[in-house]
Design a protein around this ligand. Structure first.
Ligand code: SGN
Ligand code: CA
Length: 522
């Protein structure tokens, strides 16, 4: 394993004040320096699940408005080239926490349990005097470590009246998940010790599949204009075989009763309508009444219209987007409430607010929903950071950053030395408007899961101009020239005109695999 990582024992001894962490010899003086230079900043980390850039106003959305999320970008920085290392939930979260690639942090797919004894930024910040809390989606199978307070959804969690895991056991909370996660975050900020800086994770479940909007946004997008992506009817003709073998198509893999809420008609039978579907049985009477009032007439109209073929795909796309965007509307409301509290309480100036999502998502591009591929829509993570003391309002960062960079960034802004094992680079200089000459010019990616949605494992890289992928199970390669083909419709891997580029990129890929210590999939 490259680098020395701090052992759990060391962390515990450090947290108890017994010793200084090895590799952290100047921690006390660094903290003192940070304190004299000004108070250490608070960190409010708002994380959505599957929120694509295309559904964020600040990223130029043509399908919805997100005024509150956009505030973070207009009053802070928007990262134009922010990427994940493995486009799936639990792996992305493990990379965020540890600053290490999946093959080193142990969470390669959604199946592995996270080993919470490895160094993470919450543990490091907590040991350095931060109050820490994580609220909402966690999805790492083991209990959170490094937090003074945690209330997390089991697994994917539920949208309506969700259960939360707490140190004292399971608690069911009445209400809509996004609103509850926001409420708990506000309550925690209000009740914390004001004498210490804080790190708060407000980690939403929304807008994850099956995209169930909350009671206040059940009809928000009913009449909205929602343009279709030009690649909705992609036939994958000019790519390697994996794209064709997908199981994430709006046409063939999105189901009517759960994904699209076309529940059976209400017949008076106690288990008719939504109640015929397990997912809706958690709702209380009030929630169900609102749901039925919104969906029953829409579903009757659908049955009457009875669209077929491409018209059905178009109908499904539209319903999918209405629900997905409805979920985001509640996230945006929640962001508004959190920002309002920071304003009212005077915390806004010295609190770093981050908004991002665990990966990107397909909103009909290439005919798909879901994520996983190295292609743009799922590779990109939205990332916006507000920190009035350091970031100039309206900053746009063009350098390529990754979820790997969050842990070192949080350590640097807190004035704490990062773990030697972190593989990312702190983004603080970028936040301050600098353009370090030696900033990375390529990013490394490796998706490993097999099974759901049938996306073949692949590793690859993206540079400013190219994306290259190796689907190693079938030894197929793809190369996209993003300058000429931004929608990635034609692989030019076999085009002789790109032979030199292929060679250069393969060398770079070998360098990246060595640098990050990845030998899997060779
Ligand atoms: C569930 C979803 C999948 C999704 C995975 C992983 N199916 O299995 O569509 O890809 O989660 O998502 S569902 O019918 O149960 O909703 S992730 O964001 O947690 O990685
Ligand atoms: Ca996700």
């Amino acid at each position: 394993m490259p680098g020395n990582i701090v052992s759990r024992r060391e962390l515990l001894r450090y947290a108890s004040g017994a010793v200084a962490l090895s590799g952290f010899p100047n921690l006390t003086s660094m903290i003192a320096a940070a304190q004299t230079a000004g108070e250490r900043p608070n960190i409010l980390f708002i994380f959505a699940d599957d929120h694509a850039c295309r559904a964020i106003g600040a990223y130029g959305s043509k399908v919805n408005k997100t005024p509150n999320i956009d505030r973070i970008a207009s009053e802070g920085a928007l990262f134009e080239n922010s990427f994940c290392t493995n486009s799936i939930c639990a792996p992305s979260r493990a990379v965020v926490l540890t600053g290490r690639y999946s093959h080193l942090n142990g969470v390669m797919t959604n199946a592995e349990a996270f080993d919470g004894s490895q160094p993470t930024y919450p543990q490091i910040l907590r040991a350095a005097g931060y109050q820490t809390a994580t609220i909402g989606k966690w999805h790492l199978k083991s209990d959170p470590t490094g937090f003074d307070f945690w209330n997390v959804l089991p697994g994917q969690g539920e949208y309506y009246n969700p259960d939360f895991m707490t140190p004292k056991g399971k608690v069911r909370r009445e209400g809509y998940a996004t609103d509850i996660i926001t409420d708990l975050s506000l309550e925690w900020m209000k009740s914390r010790d004001p004498g210490k800086p804080f790190l708060l994770h407000c980690w939403h479940k929304a807008p994850h599949r099956s995209w169930m909007p909350g009671p206040t946004h059940l009809t928000t997008y009913d009449d909205a204009e929602i343009p279709e992506p030009s690649t909705l009817f992609d036939d994958y003709a000019d790519r390697a075989s994996p794209a064709r073998n997908h199981e994430m198509g709006i046409a063939r893999h999105m189901n009517l009763p759960v994904d699209l809420k076309v529940t059976p008609p209400l017949t008076g039978n106690p288990l008719s309508g939504p109640l015929a579907i397990e997912q809706y049985r958690r709702m209380n009477e009030r929630q169900r009444k609102l749901w039925d009032a919104a969906y029953v007439p829409k579903n009757e109209a659908f049955r009457k219209e009875n669209p077929q073929g491409d018209d059905l795909v178009r109908w499904k796309y539209r319903r999918y987007m209405q629900d997905y965007l409805g979920c985001i509307a509640s996230v945006d409301d929640g962001v508004g409430r959190l920002l309002a509290y920071l304003d009212e309480s005077g915390l806004a100036k010295n609190t770093i607010v981050i908004y991002c999502s665990d990966q990107g998502f397909y909103l009909g591009e290439h005919g798909w929903f879901d994520k996983r591929w190295i292609y743009e829509e799922s590779l990109r993570m939205p990332l916006m950071i507000r920190w009035p003391e350091v970031i100039k309002a309206g900053t746009r960062v063009k350098e390529m950053v990754q979820n790997l960079d969050y842990a070192p960034t949080f350590c640097e802004v807190a004035g704490v030395k990062p773990s030697d094992g972190f593989q990312g680079v702190s983004m603080k200089s970028l936040m301050a408007g600098e353009h370090p000459a030696d900033w990375r010019k390529s990013i490394y990616y490796h998706y490993c899961e097999r099974g759901v949605h049938n996306v073949a494992p692949h590793y690859g890289l993206r540079t400013e101009r190219f994306t290259m992928a190796h689907f190693y199970m079938t030894d197929e390669w793809e190369l996209f020239d993003l300058e000429k083909d931004p929608l990635q419709m034609k692989s030019v891997y076999a085009d002789p005109a790109y032979a030199g580029t292929v060679k250069e990129l393969k060398d770079e890929l070998t360098r990246l695999r060595e640098k990050y210590g990845d030998t899997k999939g060779a």
